[in-house]
Design a protein around this ligand. Structure first.
Ligand SMILES: C[S@@+](CC[C@H](N)C(=O)[O-])C[C@H]1O[C@@H](n2cnc3c(N)ncnc32)[C@H](O)[C@@H]1O
Length: 417
């Protein structure tokens, strides 16, 4: 292919990718902001994925760059995630022109999109813990002509330049906690966009700084390679059947003797008795369940399953990549796939074990309560670890190393939209 043909093919594929992203946003009830769309149509993604065929560079998927054993530790993030997170940032700040931005987790692609968005009066600094990644980012940014991005190699757990503050910090690795440096490097009402894991469920939160606290303004479904270095926190998977796993957070223990044959026990099911129309957004139900079930007896865990196990009928989870589940005294319960009747659906739970019927029943009670409360969305408050209980807002509290996280669901008033 000649250089001219290559670049027109690149442009065609890029525009097709952005058209798909716009449609994907619309299907989720989101709007792809025009300036984010413009940046995505401008930056050639293939320049950040050298060695990868042109068409693959424009698939809506992460391009994995580095592995540790079976775990991916670095990638060029999936375009839909990048687009949604840039949208969260731009919505929170009312646009990114002229803003000073720190990106945590380099690669070059997102940094160039940010460079397009902040314009000549703004600045972009990108930091990565891995010298190979920063080396590659510097080379790719130079090839693409973005020579005014500052690339730093360091552990972003710690401040990068004392006294330097940013309007936006955008984290592109999955975090377990919010280190103080991220809050302290923000301007007074600056915004942190971060994929954060709570109760084993990762979402990208746009958090605004309010003094020594951060409060979320939006959240999106997402998945990322994990933060490494001083802020690293392990995720573990244990198998409970062929192709069926429990995702456990750091420090979480389950009794291995109860796992064998767990799903081979007879299945009980319970239904919430709701009748919801197609396209009802359920994105916030899992965190509602997690925040409530965590405080009941037993362990809250996340179930993941391979397609083959679902097709074989071993499990029928609500989502194969992360379904709320509980494990208590040898009884396992999880949120099931939806049950459809006359183009409307009900929410259910399946359970196996000695207390199966009761466990499934408890789970659907929480689902019914969420629907009855008007399907509320969570607001996340991040407070310093020394905050006394009496100063916490109402909500489910999760203590991490540096912060106290409070997830508050405010029920909608009856009659309000
Ligand atoms: C998904 S990749 C970043 C993708 C990139 N933003 C892009 O434009 O495609 C995540 C990166 O985070 C980096 N990372 C993980 N922990 C880090 C830490 N503590 N400090 C800085 N970088 C870190 C990894 O080395 C990895 O390269």
């Amino acid at each position: 292919m000649s250089v001219g043909t290559m670049s027109s093919e690149s442009e065609r594929l890029r525009n097709a990718m952005v058209d798909r992203l716009a449609a994907d946003h619309a299907a989720k009830g989101l709007t792809l902001r025009p300036e984010v769309e413009g940046a995505l149509r401008t930056v050639p993604r293939e320049l950040y994925t050298p060695g990868v065929p042109l068409n693959e560079a424009y698939e809506n998927a992460a391009v994995l760059k580095k592995w540790r054993g079976e775990e991916a530790i670095s990638s060029v993030s999936a375009p839909f995630l990048i687009a949604e997170m840039l949208g969260q940032a731009a919505d929170a700040l009312g646009g990114l022109a002229g803003r000073h931005v720190l990106e945590i987790g380099s690669g070059g692609y997102n940094a160039s999109l940010l460079r397009e968005l902040v314009g000549s009066s703004g600045s972009v600094t990108t930091i990565d813990i891995d010298p190979q990644v920063t080396g590659r980012a510097v080379a790719c940014l130079a090839t693409a002509g973005y020579d005014d991005v500052t690339v730093v190699c360091a552990d972003a757990e710690h401040p990068i330049a004392p006294g330097r503050r940013y309007d936006l910090i955008i984290v592109t690795a999955g975090a377990w906690d919010i280190p103080p440096a991220w809050r302290d490097q923000l301007t007074d009402d600056g915004v942190l966009v971060v994929p954060l894991r709570m109760f084993g469920i990762t979402k990208s939160y746009a958090l605004r700084r309010r003094g020594d606290r951060l409060v979320s303004e939006s959240h999106r479904q997402c998945g990322f390679v994990s933060v490494q270095g001083d802020g690293a926190h392990e995720v573990r998977y244990v198998d409970i059947a062929e192709g069926v796993h429990l995702r456990l957070d750091e420090g979480q223990q389950v009794d291995p003797t109860v796992l064998d044959g767990l799903l081979a026990q007879p299945r009980e099911e319970a239904w919430a008795g709701v009748s919801l129309p197609p396209r009802t957004a359920l994105i916030d139900l899992n965190l509602w369940l997690a925040s409530r079930l965590t405080h009941e007896a037993g362990e809250f865990v996340v179930l993941t399953a391979q397609e083959t196990a679902i097709e074989a009928g071993v499990v029928a989870p609500s989502w194969q990549f992360g379904t709320p589940a509980t494990l208590h005294d040898g009884t396992f319960a999880y949120r099931s796939a939806l049950r459809w009747t006359d183009r409307r659906f009900d929410l259910g739970a399946y359970a196996h074990g000695p207390e199966a019927a009761a466990a499934a029943g408890r789970m659907v009670e929480h689902m019914r309560a969420w629907v009855d409360a008007g399907s509320p969305a969570p607001v996340l408050h991040v407070l310093p670890s020394h905050t006394p209980d009496g100063d916490l807002p109402d909500g489910a509290v999760l203590d991490k190393r540096h912060s106290r996280l409070v997830l508050a669901f405010t029920p909608h008033e009856k009659g309000t939209p």
